[in-house]
Design a protein around this ligand. Sequence first.
Ligand SMILES: Cc1ncc(COP(=O)(O)O)c(C=O)c1O
Length: 341
Amino acid sequence: MTIDLRSDTVTKPTAAMRAAMAAAEVGDDERDGDPTTRRLEERVAALLGKEDALFFPSGVMANQAAVWLHAPRATEVLADVDAHIVHSEIAGVAALSGAQILAVVPTGLVMSADDLRRSFRERSRYYPAPSLVCVENTHNGAGGKLTDLSELKAIRAVADEHGVPLHLDGARLWNASIATGISLAELAQPAETVMVAFSKGLGAPVGAALAGSRAAMERAWTARKLFGGAMRQSGILAAAALHGIEHHMSRLAEDHDNARLIARMLEGVGSASIVPPDTNILMIDITSNLRASAVVERAARQGVRVAEWSPTRIRIVTHLDVSTTDCRRAGEVLANILAAA
Ligand SMILES: Cc1ncc(COP(=O)(O)O)c(C=O)c1O
């Protein structure tokens, strides 16, 4: 059997999740509300300590709706250069909201408050005005890295100095909360809007939510409709998300342990340089002439799938559908490949 560590999005709904989906009470969400979707939105709003939340078909759409809410045309959104919103959302900030990204190059692995402060432009009639700051926690491209609460608050303070709101891409905020023991609400508190995704560590087939003030969510409803994301009997999907929150959130600690296990197995191995994992994502830089694509191919031949992140970097993501035994096997296979290089 293949051990698939390319992403936590590869998880398949469990039998119990499918049963919850099949049993979901549904209505026409866009017309007059879907009861299970509403239950999910209320649950997410309560968990994140926000007034309201809205269910979206995807994290990308929820992120882009947040940008649409906060960033008027011809303004600038500041985000870490490696953020999902910068490199994996098809220039949505420009295409959908008519704003541009000012990419912040971090001095460490993720954008700090100091990095953000030095990136704001001077105010001038010749420059685009800033409209929004985006933070990604955990940070996918940096290797599932955490931004700690004091840094988040410092980032919020910098945004305040410039009078702009903060959006949190919390696709994996669940992992951040489990890894730090800090509640989702505390981690979400510095941000006006927060996106959380259900189709990653929580194991749902699809979906995300955007949370914020009631007024912001009223406008987010319009953005979701505009972007073609209004849904009908969405309770079938919301039931999967609710099941994921109830049954798969606390077990994320196992994924974090499994990522650390693979990291330990690869430490000091020939041509591997490890970014120590904070959560469920492990980045491995290859220091020899071996290409990442060759590692991916050799591992796949032995039943282990990993992702090529760049020509010299591979990404491993642990999740619900891989056990500790699977991860130990993956560590052995990769250690052999990387030691021989
Ligand atoms: C940090 C981050 N933000 C947003 C998304 C987008 O989520 P979705 O795949 O639900 O559109 C992802 C997906 O991998 C992600 O890793």
